[in-house]
Design a protein around this ligand. Structure first.
Ligand code: PLP
Length: 331
């Protein structure tokens, strides 16, 4: 099986901002783009992206999950990265147009079409380290993806990092390239030294998130997860899962969770922990590694609540239950 995000549709849709206005979006080969070697993004990382999915329903229709929320986040990210403002209407139309063009390539569940809108500063000006790029390129790339979970996928191992931050604290909520590069060294080291799958960033004992997914702790009827602030990414999956959990009668505590409290709670036999994100929806966490010790989360494998919440969200995405929150956009 090919790994996630390595197969693309032959074309993508692209527009340029010339400092005044956006060009008419055009279909271009998704194999390559042309960019000046002095482009702002290549030197000063003026870039941001989104990640969302389109799903094929049993009746053959194709629906995009939480498109408008994703566009709003992209607008906010572009602003935070001092990139030209994106036009939400134009962006919406571009996403729908490109998904429509490749609608027959949208896999059936549990697969989907992963959508990657990307925005970057293109002004060829290496003297502008402290000045925003006046021009930019915005494109929407598509990648058909299979099931995230295989039959034998086991619960994740997370190394708790209490000294270092994932990225600059005021930029945690932005989906921007540099944030991932800044976390990469720590994640690579954790894989090598602790056979960890991911690093759970907990600067000064404050449980935040991993390199690309949010963290939730499930203790009985309660879900505990960090309240929204600038330090971490405001996942759309996180929001969706919390909404559905509330519907199921669970208590949601969005608040500070300390490493000490986390460690204490996960050792309860029915405790569960999970990572939330567009790629996997909810991935079970089985082990925490902290100060050289391995701590098993609950029974150490996927718990019933994690499974129930993932199935509830998948059921909406796949058209098996009613979309009562209006999360799906028909293309
Ligand atoms: C994208 C991302 C998430 C998850 O966000 P979703 O909208 O649920 O996909 C969480 N953390 C980071 C750092 C991310 O980049």
């Amino acid at each position: 099986m090919t790994s996630f995000g390595t197969v693309f549709t032959p074309e993508m849709i692209l527009t340029h901002f010339d400092g005044v206005s956006w060009s008419t979006p055009e279909l271009v080969p998704s194999e390559r783009i042309s960019i000046h070697p002095a482009a702002h993004v290549l030197h000063y990382a003026s870039t941001c992206f989104e990640g969302l999915k389109a799903f094929r329903h049993a009746d053959g229709s194709v629906k995009i999950f939480r498109l408008d929320t994703s566009i709003a986040r992209m607008q906010q990210s572009s602003k935070k990265m001092s990139l030209p403002e994106i036009d939400p209407e134009l962006t919406r139309k571009m996403v729908i147009d490109i998904v429509r063009r490749f609608s027959t390539a949208v896999p059936k569940p549990p697969g989907s079409m992963y959508i990657r809108p990307t925005h970057m500063g293109t002004e060829p000006a290496i003297g502008k380290a402290a000045v925003a790029s006046m021009t930019s390129t915005f494109f929407v790339l598509l990648s058909p993806v299979g099931a995230y979970f295989s039959v034998d996928s086991s619960a994740l191992r997370l190394l708790l990092e209490v000294d270092k931050v994932r990225c600059a604290p005021h930029m945690g909520m932005v989906k921007t390239g540099g944030n991932y590069a800044s976390a990469l060294g720590l994640i690579t080291a954790a894989k090598q030294t602790s056979q960890a799958d991911q690093v759970l960033f907990c600067p000064d004992g404050d449980v935040q998130e991993t390199g690309a997914a949010n963290f939730i702790l499930i203790d009985g009827n309660e879900i505990i997860t960090k309240a929204l602030d600038h330090t971490f990414l405001h996942g759309i999956t996180r929001d969706s899962v919390l909404t559905l959990a509330r519907d199921l009668g669970m208590n949601i505590s969005e608040r500070t969770l300390s490493v000490a409290e986390l460690i204490e709670r996960v050792t309860k036999p029915n405790a569960e922990a999970a990572l939330s994100g567009t790629a996997a929806v909810l991935a079970p966490v089985g082990t925490l590694i902290y100060q050289g010790q391995e701590i098993t989360v609950g029974a150490g494998n996927e718990g019933p609540i994690t499974r129930k919440l993932r199935q509830a969200l998948n059921a909406i995405q796949w058209g098996e239950t009613s979309d009562s929150y209006g999360w799906l956009t028909t293309i």
